[in-house]
Write a protein that binds this ligand. Sequence first.
Ligand SMILES: NC(=O)c1ccc[n+]([C@@H]2O[C@H](COP(=O)([O-])OP(=O)(O)OC[C@H]3O[C@@H](n4cnc5c(N)ncnc54)[C@H](O)[C@@H]3O)[C@@H](O)[C@H]2O)c1
Length: 261
Amino acid sequence: MDIRNKVVIVTGGASGIGRSLAQRCAAAGARGVVVADIQQEAAQQVADGLPAGAGLALRCDVRQEAEIQALVAATREHFGQVDAYLSNAGILGKAGGIELDDELWNAMWQVHGMAHVWAARAVVPEMVARGEGFFLVTASAAGLLSIVETAPYAVTKHAAVAFAEWLRIAYGRRGLGVACLCPQSVQTAMVASTGGDSSAAHDGVLPPEQVADDVLQAMHDGRFLVLPHPEVLQYFRAKGQDYERWLGGMQKLHARHTATG
Ligand SMILES: NC(=O)c1ccc[n+]([C@@H]2O[C@H](COP(=O)([O-])OP(=O)(O)OC[C@H]3O[C@@H](n4cnc5c(N)ncnc54)[C@H](O)[C@@H]3O)[C@@H](O)[C@H]2O)c1
């Protein structure tokens, strides 16, 4: 899809990758960029920094379907329609595995799983009826390859990848562009919260602007998988080629990066 003169919603738009996506979409000529986030003030600042008339900040908690519906309705009211939805909000949560409480697991399922489903439910029928639209799921390399420090993040990001795949399979021939963003480490508040000592930082920590550029290129090219760290494709192939060996390598990584390893 060509983003020029289009209307785009970016969730998690107040910070990090989402903020860069909002800025890059505006710079590429989008006529409307909705910066949606639970952090209202920070979202407003991002919207205020966009070209006059293009930015709109809306508070939205993507853990609530009603709030996603209200976000889409408010965008339609303000800009007329939604051409692209970048479902990007995410949380890292705590490190750990089976001992982590259900509250954390449920939050992860909602933000990395159902939020994408609810968003697609709100925008995809209209896009398909128009014969054009774009939906991005920001997943993670952890959704293709796991991440040893946190089970809820690894598992729910796999769900995000699976949902993006399914959308592409079901709607990709009906005018809907679907892309799935799977970076390793990106220089954002999320990574800062880990103190920089993450297994995901092995191949370097990329600036969010570069990641946003890769998304816009994929949107333009109609490509599904967006891999700002090219090494991820190599690891993904290695996993497919010899799953048992790959698991052995991940066990070693787990031992290096966790106290229980
Ligand atoms: N930074 C990385 O290394 C990295 C790597 C792979 C994937 N990702 C993914 O990229 C996405 C963006 O993360 P980031 O690195 O820019 O982090 P970030 O913390 O800078 O930004 C995340 C944004 O999402 C918002 N958010 C969180 N929960 C929300 C909710 N319930 N409703 C609405 N907004 C909510 C936050 O307020 C924040 O503004 C996430 O999905 C994350 O999992 C990040």
